[in-house]
Design a protein around this ligand. Structure first.
Ligand code: FMN
Length: 264
């Protein structure tokens, strides 16, 4: 099994040590290969905001860096650990640059057969917001989020009790992620996942001229078929589906109305 760590900390500090602990526990359970993508050393530039990846496709991006290779690393792994410290009440700048650079994946999701573990460390506060954000990103990109773990690692001395509590959280995260990687099936999507699917289906189904690359991708994947309920063939809660379908019709009507008005 291969795990890619996307390391958003600029140093081998608390966040790195937390992932190392997870690696140690997972390796004690079986054959797991870890690769660390240290974003600080990666050849990944800031997105320049040109919209070319959205409109024409990521292969037309004018930035010449290693984005393509880095995306391939995620495809080659069975699971990805997204790890970031809380910096300035948010993810680190390195992690945000990484996410922005792959923004086209929000429109054209692809990692449906990969599991994700989300990890954050903080001096005091901010863990929930950061983990919520990472969860939104990873799930829209297609990952099945197996678990999220946040630990408080204050800059000053940490009590033995807190240290043990952190260790327990990391052990638990490692065990859950290890088990998730053993399973090849995918669990049913949650309510938000289903709503996101239908909202995107409405947008990319209607925006044939305005979002041609997204439209073509969605069509090719079979996601624009009227009966498509989700990106992958898994059972979808019928109530979620009914609400998602209704929201999709409302959104389609709104998009058509907006487009008609824009043409006047
Ligand atoms: C630039 C910077 C900004 C930080 N901002 C916050 C913050 O907003 N809230 C917080 O509780 N801790 C904050 N911290 C503390 C870190 O979240 C904490 O020490 C974390 O474990 C550092 O991880 P690292 O060793 O991997 O860099 C900040 C630390 C640094 C260096």
């Amino acid at each position: 099994m291969k795990v890619l760590v996307v390391m958003g900390s600029p140093r081998k500090g608390n966040t790195y040590r937390a992932v190392k602990k997870i690696e140690e526990v997972m390796q004690s359970k079986g054959d797991v290969e870890f690769e660390y993508l240290m974003l600080k050393d990666a050849n990944l530039s800031n997105c320049s905001g040109c919209f070319v990846c959205f409109m024409k496709g990521e292969d037309h991006c004018p930035i010449k860096d290693d984005a393509h290779l880095i995306e391939q690393k995620m495809h080659d792994a069975d699971g990805v650990i997204f790890a970031t410290p809380v910096y300035g009440m948010s993810v680190s700048a390195l992690m945000k640059t990484f996410i922005d650079r792959f923004s086209y994946i929000f429109h054209r999701p692809r990692f449906f057969h990969k599991k994700a573990l989300l990890l954050s460390t903080t001096g005091a506060i901010g863990l929930k917001d950061i983990l919520d954000y990472l969860q939104l990103v990873a799930s829209i990109w297609g990952f099945e989020v197996s678990h999220r773990v946040g630990i408080v690692t204050p800059p000053l001395a940490i009590s033995r009790k807190k240290e043990l509590a952190n260790e327990q959280k990391l052990n638990k995260a490692a065990a859950i992620f290890y088990d998730a990687l053993q399973k090849k099936d995918r669990r049913s999507p949650g309510f938000r996942d289903v709503i996101v699917f239908h909202a995107q289906k409405a947008s990319f189904g209607e925006l044939i001229q305005d979002s041609p690359t997204d439209h073509a991708y969605w069509k090719e994947q079979g996601w624009l078929r009227p009966q498509a309920k989700y990106y992958v063939d898994v059972p979808v809660n019928p109530v979620y589906n009914a609400i998602g379908w209704t929201a999709e019709q409302v959104l389609r009507r709104k998009i058509r109305k907006d487009m008609a008005e824009a043409q006047r």
